[in-house]
Design a protein. Structure first.
Length: 449
């Protein structure tokens, strides 16, 4: 990233080596690197062991008579920057990290949603409820990390170097005796910061990060905000993408509707009046998340497969992804397209002629082909249910393929719209029952055949 920036800033670059006082190496590594990289466009230098060295490389765009003079000039500039950083580090470290929370009340989160201190209160409560829901036992550490996660925003260091938010919170927490897990979570709750960024290494950071993001998303939608193609001022796309990436990475068995509902509960219990009805906010949030999930998976899977799965149901992202993978694999098999066509035929018939009853009367079954469809359908249903209970969508779909021969025979041999109303209604109920076997996995009418 810095290399690209410097390349674009210089036409005929020349590189000079500079140095700074070795004593500054006592400062946190990220602080030194950020000061050099973001503020001065300097490259930091590391040794063979990966440790930072008291040197830097600066690229200049002109030929100079005495490079040493230019290097010393850059050293003086960096020295002043590092002296400021050292002062902020020393000053901030003298105060308990938790004490900065008092000043968070001076910082507005969003108009209508209170200040950062109010947000932290919601994050603490929401983090605990998420941890309980996913079965994470160390609630005390989750609450502690949530309480401290935004405190460094009020520090002098982050005031001067905003890009160090989270990083300095982790460093201050570690220096002041917080557990390694809590200290790491203060930084990691911001992860991922983009589509290709790292993910939290532990559950505490993952849980607090989920709470932070869903609080922001639900807060924005509660205010009636919307996202357009070019307008996303509060990075809701990135925040929802972060929620889904964390859920997939950690394997938490929790649906998006549950997460959003928990966030709505916290707003309902606070002093902030939602500007939009709860049901509408939840519907908007779920629709937005569904669109982001589709966009994310469209890079890997066919769009019609994704649509088929999402039209059936969408809540847990790990479940939706498992169904997409299974259906995409099944689609490559030669038996799939004829089965999908038959399913569409059943769906078209029952949509135009909704059955008046739901139960199939075996005594009304007249033809061997419809009795075979009923018997095989019952067996397949039982097997599919067993696979679904294990979230084994691949074998559930493979089992469904065995319906193809009896479905084909049924349509070859049987007139569904029989003149006899009792026979007709029974056959419509049979088709609806067979269709329902597929319905929990995907809406096959969305598949292009």
């Amino acid at each position: 990233e810095l290399l690209d920036t410097v390349t674009n800033l210089t036409e005929d670059p020349k590189c000079l080596l500079g140095s700074f006082k070795p004593g500054y190496l006592a400062l946190p590594r990220e602080l030194l690197v950020t000061t050099m990289k973001n503020h001065q466009k300097y490259f930091s230098v590391v040794g063979a062991d990966g440790r930072l060295l008291p040197h830097f490389v600066v690229a200049i765009n002109t030929r100079v008579f005495d490079p040493a003079v230019v290097a010393r000039g850059n050293e003086r500039v960096l020295s002043a920057r590092l002296a400021d950083a050292e002062f902020f580090w020393s000053s901030d470290s003298k105060k308990p990290l938790a004490s900065f929370r008092e000043r968070l009340g001076e910082r507005v989160f969003l108009k209508g949603l209170g200040n950062i201190s109010d947000k932290v209160e919601r994050i603490v409560a929401l983090s605990r409820r998420i941890a309980e829901t996913v079965g994470f036992a160390d609630l005390a550490s989750v609450e502690r990390a949530a309480l401290l996660c935004k405190c460094d925003l009020a520090s002098e260091m982050v005031g001067e170097f905003p890009e160090l938010q989270g990083i300095m919170g982790r460093e201050y927490a570690s220096k002041q005796g917080e557990t390694p897990a809590v200290s790491a979570a203060i930084f990691e709750h911001y992860l991922p910061r983009g589509a290709s960024d790292d993910l939290p290494s532990g559950d505490i950071g993952a849980i607090v990060g989920l709470a932070d993001r869903v609080d922001s998303v639900i807060g924005c939608f509660s205010l009636g905000m919307s996202v357009s193609g070019t307008q996303d001022p509060y990075a809701l796309r990135r925040q929802v993408l972060g929620v889904m990436r964390v859920l997939l990475d950690r394997g938490y068995e929790i649906g998006l509707s549950t997460l959003f509902s928990l966030a709505l509960d916290e707003y309902a219990s606070s002093d902030f009046r939602r500007l939009e009805p709860r049901a509408e906010v939840l519907e908007v949030a779920m629709g937005f998340a569904r669109d982001r999930f589709k966009h994310l998976q469209a890079e890997t899977f066919p769009v019609d497969v994704i649509d088929a799965v999402l039209e059936a149901r969408f809540d847990r992202v790990d479940d939706a992804l498992a169904r997409i993978r299974a259906l995409a694999e099944l689609r490559s098999k030669p038996e799939f397209e004829p089965l999908a066509i038959a399913w569409k035929r059943m769906a078209n018939i029952t949509r135009k002629n909704p059955p008046a009853k739901t139960a199939v009367e075996t005594s009304v079954l007249q033809h061997d082909s419809e009795r075979a469809l009923y018997d095989v359908g019952a067996r397949v249903r039982a097997e599919v249910i067993g696979h679904l209970e294990q979230n084994d969508y691949r074998n559930a779909l493979l089992t469904m393929i065995t319906l193809k021969p009896v479905v084909d025979r049924f349509f070859d041999d049987v007139l569904v719209m029989d003149p006899d109303p009792a026979v007709r209604e029974n056959r419509l109920a049979l088709l609806a029952e067979v269709q329902s076997i597929f319905g929990d996995i995907a809406n096959f009418t969305a598949i292009q055949t």
